[in-house]
Design a protein around this ligand. Structure first.
Ligand SMILES: *Cc1c(COP(=O)(O)O)cnc(C)c1O
Length: 362
């Protein structure tokens, strides 16, 4: 039975980030001696039965936890979610066609760039006018687009769609930074993809969950490595998959299932975000940077109204064993990332420091 270890550091890193402590222990053990086999997980064939079972279990857990329709497929590929930006137009944009996008920040921008290179992008809405501090609403997706793509959670800017957009064309989402944090009606999506290193596991694998019926309509000839249908037909084993990341994803998803799955984690995430944002709002020396109704439950962005206080605040949270809350360089200030595995205890530690700092400097 895994032992709960005491946290040494409160890790608010935006990604790669905290994973369940028991997963770290199980993964460490498997590196030394995997399930008593005398072999390390790092030295076994991906074609051997033990790892084939890991891959099958992991793919099944994804579908089970998200309640995906039976016929949906799951593959794990390298290349990061950034390769996903490329795979989307390659697999869903007709030759001579266009993809529609909502522009909500850096990751959306990179996705749009790939669509432009592949043939064309229609930007249906953008929040660039206010440094991506809100989620555009009330836009219409043109029915001539081949698909509509959005970023469900904007990791850098701390905004998150509370309601997913409706689309007359196949819906595709980059859910890298909020996958498995809340319920999703998978059947509404032609594809959901997500890099592992925020809510699933270590960097090195990206999950693609898609409706195979939505593929094969583009008239494009694809390299087998870029062809999602090929990877699905080979059960995510066309080439050597990211063996260790997939194994750790399996452990993380088993942990998630064990604590009660998405309904339970959604409650925990709401409690953590509620505590953090109520502290930001209560203390006048701090200010949230995202529009209140669009605030992310995963990445909370805020600033000290008086930036001259930053060095003193930084010294105080570092002293309290807190790590990784400096904001992204394009936003400044602070960003507390509160992914699934971050315990409420860590958010308490941070909000206590904020309260104490405000008392001294307010
Ligand atoms: C981190 C992140 C990415 C980029 O992932 P890579 O694995 O670095 O390619 C893309 N989209 C979102 C929403 C992210 O948070």
């Amino acid at each position: 039975m895994p032992v709960e270890t005491k946290l040494k550091v409160h890790n608010f890193s935006a990604g790669p980030c905290v994973l369940p402590q028991q997963v770290f222990q199980q993964a460490a053990q498997a590196v030394l001696d995997w399930d008593g086999s005398g072999l390390s997980i790092l030295e076994v064939s991906h074609r051997g039965k033990p790892f084939v079972e890991v891959m099958e279990k992991t793919r099944a857990l994804v579908k089970e936890l998200l309640g995906a329709p039976d016929h949906y497929q799951v593959v794990f590929l390298g290349g990061g979610a950034s390769m996903g930006f490329h795979l989307v137009p390659q697999n869903f944009m007709k030759v001579g066609g266009k993809g529609a996008y909502c522009h909500t920040g850096e990751w959306a921008k990179r996705a749009i760039k790939e669509a432009k290179l592949a043939g064309g992008a229609i930007t249906v809405a953008s929040s660039e006018d206010k440094n991506f501090s809100y989620i555009p609403k009330g836009f219409a997706v043109p029915s001539e687009a081949d698909y509509f793509h959005f970023t469900s959670n904007n990791t850098i800017f701390g905004t998150q769609y509370k309601q997913f957009p409706k689309s007359p064309v196949p819906l595709i989402a980059d859910m890298s930074s909020d996958i498995f944090s809340r319920p999703v009606n998978v059947a509404d999506f032609a594809m959901i993809y997500a890099g592992a290193q925020k809510n699933m596991g270590p960097a090195g694998a990206t999950m693609y969950l898609f409706d195979p019926a939505a593929l094969g309509k583009t008239g494009r000839e694809l390299s087998p490595m870029m062809d999602l249908a090929n990877h699905a037909a080979k059960e995510s084993m066309y080439n050597t998959p990211p063996v260790f990341p997939v194994y750790v994803i399996m452990l993380t998803l088993q942990w998630l299932k064990g604590i009660g799955g998405i309904p339970e984690i959604q409650k925990r995430n709401a409690a953590k975000a509620g505590l953090l944002y109520s502290t930001v709002d209560k203390l006048p020396i701090f200010q949230g940077t995202a529009a209140k109704e669009d605030r992310s439950e995963m990445n909370a962005t805020f600033v000290l109204k008086d930036a001259a206080l930053e060095p003193a605040f930084d010294a105080m949270w570092k002293e309290a064993g807190i790590s990784g809350i400096r904001g992204h360089r394009s936003v400044g200030g602070y960003r507390a990332s509160m992914y699934n595995a971050l315990p409420l205890e860590s958010v308490r530690a941070l909000t206590e420091v904020m309260e104490e700092f405000a008392k001294k400097n307010g």
